[in-house]
Structures are given as C-alpha cells and as structure tokens.
Design a binder for this molecule. Structure first.
Ligand SMILES: Cc1cc2nc3c(=O)[nH]c(=O)nc-3n(C[C@H](O)[C@H](O)[C@H](O)COP(=O)(O)O)c2cc1C
Length: 386
C-alpha cells in the first residue's frame, strides 16, 4: 500500500511503540474534555494555539495518541458541556501538521460522513502525518446530535450494520487500484475512485460495549476503547480478556484494548481528591450529567442511592473513566494494575490539560519508566509552551 519507500514513512506509534503501556490524550478538542463542570479553569476548546501547545507537549513527551471526541452539540445544563468543539478530521490534520511522532486520530460518527469522503480525508491526514493516522469509529447514540444530520437515528444494531458497510467501503477505497462499484443496503457507489492510497494501513478503533458493538470492533478494528465496568483488578482483567478472546477466537485477530482516565495528582491522596471534589461537587453540572445518563440509557434507578450518587460523581469527574487520583506513586500503581490486567493503553484527560500535562510529564513519566511500563523517550520536553 505504501507509495513511498518504507524508510521514509513513519510507523504509527499505536502499533510500533516499544512501551508496554501506551498513552494518549483524550477529548482535547471539546469543551470540558471529559469533565462535566463549570469550574473556572475548565477546558474551553475554542482556542487552537492553546490546544496546539498541549498537542506539541504530548508529542514531545512521547505520548502515542491524540484522540479527539466526536461531538456536534452540547448536553445542556448551565455549562452546555461539549457544546463547543473542533471538528475531528480537520483537527487531526492540524495535529498532523504540527507533530513528529504521535498518532493523529480522528473520531468519526459514521452517519455524518460518506465513506468515500471519509476515506479520502483519512488518506490526506495520513499523508500530512507521514503515516500516523488513526480512526475511531463511532456509530452515534446521542439522539439530538444525530437528528441534526437528517432527522432520525437508526436503531442500535442497525447502526453497526451501517458501520460495517461504511468501513468496508473505506477499506476498499484505501486499497483498490482504479475504479470500483459498491452496492450495499445503504450505499450505491458507481465507479468509485480514491487516490492516493494511505501510506500506512490506518489504525482502527471502536468503543463498542454492547454484544453487537463488541463483535463489530473485534471483526474490524485494531483496538477497543472501553469504559471499565469495575475497577477491581480481577474484573478489569476479565473484561479485557473477554474482548481479546472474542477477537482471537471468532475472527483470528489480535485486538488491543485501551481505556480512558481522568487525572488528579497531588502530594497526598486527600489533596488529589479535594481537587476533584471541588470541580465535581462545587462546580459540577448536574443537569448536563443527567441528560447524558438519560440519553445513554443508563438506568441509575436500578442502583442504590449511594451507588447512583457515586456513579454521577465519577461521570462528572471524567465521563466515568478510570480515576487516576492520588500521589504520583499511587498513579503509577494504578497504571501497573491496568497493565497487568492486559490493558495496552490509557488515554488521559484533565480538568486543566496544560497544567495536568506539565505535572504528568515531569512527575509521572519518569516513574512509569522506572516501573518498566515505558522506556525513556529521548527528546522528552517538560514544558507546555504558551
Ligand atoms: C472510550 C470511549 C470513547 C467514546 N467516544 C465517543 C465519542 O467521541 N463520541 C460519541 O458520540 N460517543 C463516544 N463514545 C460513546 C459510544 O459511542 C457509545 O457509548 C456507544 O453506544 C458504545 O457502543 P455500544 O452501544 O456498542 O455499547 C465513547 C465511548 C467510550 C467507551
């Protein structure tokens, strides 16, 4: 598939990185990142130079992936969490242009873009990044958001059938020389054509959690991007094994598994918790959080009041990601647990990405290296240039 000699093309670090536990940055393109809060330092996502500085810092610290969130409208409440966001293909192209080694991922809601168009955009980003493109495939679950694009939203499993056709067309466009016809239930391509080809086969990701979603991911993708059902080590390992076994046993494929986390590091566990408490309890946007939970169909009514309250707290803290909250040493212990459980990568988000990235690179990265989870990254830079 390569059009340049292999030597000239970068490897995608999501595949080639030597690190046992890979790292990404999640949701930097959208208001709030993953934190559902009105805290004054919340990420606003309307300032490219500020975002670009954080992107460059992640690249220079050896992070493997920059993964944006696919978002088209906010979730209401006073914050209208997620309402302001940069579009993800053009975002990834911008990331590609200003970085050297990090994977430039786009997150694509399949019903919002024709697969031939998406294939061409993906190829373009792959060329701008010299082979570092990745695609996070999202089917769409937030009704008002999907109805903006045509007044309706498909039923759950139909969305995956549609995504199945969509990704097959993209793959055809990425590999087929010359013209091709392609007719499926949803598409009818006559004499389709797409040149040039990507430099590397694009790295595919999906966050399917339902049985149908997991099958889709196991069949087509290189990595699953999961929400952990429990943080108990045995349960984490079982959840990862189930996904990897499905890919191996049903489709003969080696699937990687990544999760996402929100981060708060301090001198003591109590201070790290206080930091989260402040933006969740004092400034959290309960209405936006309730809207998401309702739309996702999460039945907090079936939990005890205490469980439901914990769940909402955790959701406002970082979209119910794995909480990396504590001292630097505690965070490394959590990361060791995740790695031992079979996790291949963790995508991070912070209330304040700039400050959070600086602390991470200065304090956590060296400890991850000492713990054997990562190798020293030669040109690591500690600061986030303004
Ligand atoms: C790690 C992760 C990342 C996600 N990123 C997005 C996103 O960027 N945009 C979006 O609309 N939904 C996103 N989702 C939500 C999923 O698309 C949604 O939960 C979907 O319904 C999961 O598939 P399932 O129905 O098979 O469980 C994400 C979910 C997870 C777990």
């Amino acid at each position: 598939m390569t059009t340049k000699s292999e030597k000239q093309v970068s490897a995608n670090p999501m595949v080639s990185s030597p690190n046992k536990l890979k790292l990404g940055v999640f949701a930097l393109n959208a208001h709030g990142g993953t934190a559902i809060t009105m805290a004054p330092e919340v990420h606003l996502a309307d300032d490219w130079p500020r975002s670009a500085a954080i992107v460059r810092a992640a690249d220079q610290a050896g992070f493997e992936a920059m993964i944006p969130i696919g978002r088209w409208r906010g979730f209401g409440g006073e914050s209208n969490f997620g309402g302001t966001s940069f579009e993800t293909y053009t975002w990834a192209a911008g990331v590609a242009a200003i970085t050297d080694q990090i994977a430039c991922v786009t997150t694509s809601h399949v019903p919002t873009v024709h697969p031939l168009m998406a294939a061409k955009q993906a190829t373009t980003i792959d060329h701008i990044s010299n082979g570092r493109f990745g695609l996070n495939i999202i089917c769409g679950w937030f009704g008002p958001e999907m109805r903006m694009f045509g007044g309706k939203m498909m039923d759950h499993d139909d969305r995956y059938d549609y995504a199945d056709e969509w990704i097959r067309i993209m793959q055809k466009a990425w590999t087929h020389k010359g013209y091709f016809d392609y007719k499926t239930d949803h598409f009818n391509l006559e004499q389709a054509f797409s040149e040039p080809k990507p430099l590397n086969r694009p790295f595919l990701i999906n966050a399917g959690g339902s049985p149908r979603g997991m099958r889709f991911c196991a069949q087509h993708c290189d990595s699953a991007f999961i929400i952990l059902g429990s943080h108990e080590p045995g349960a984490v390992a079982a959840q990862i094994k189930k996904y990897k076994d499905l890919a191996r046993n049903e489709f003969g494929r080696d699937l990687k598994v990544w999760c996402y986390s929100y981060v708060s590091v301090a001198e003591t566990l109590s201070d790290a918790r206080k930091y989260v408490d402040r933006y969740v309890t004092e400034f959290g946007d309960d209405e936006a959080c309730a809207n998401i939970i309702k739309e996702l169909g999460i039945q907090t009514g079936v939990m005890t009041l205490e469980q439901a309250e914990n769940f909402r707290y955790h959701f406002k803290g970082g979209w119910a990601g794995f909480p990396l909250v504590g001292t630097a040493e505690m965070i490394v212990e959590h990361m060791e647990m995740l790695s031992d459980a079979g996790m291949d990568g963790v995508c991070l988000s912070w209330l304040d990405y700039k400050a959070g990235m600086e602390v991470w690179n200065a304090e956590i990265m060296p400890l991850l290296e000492t713990a054997g989870l990562r190798v020293p990254y030669a040109s690591r830079s500690l600061s986030v240039a303004a």
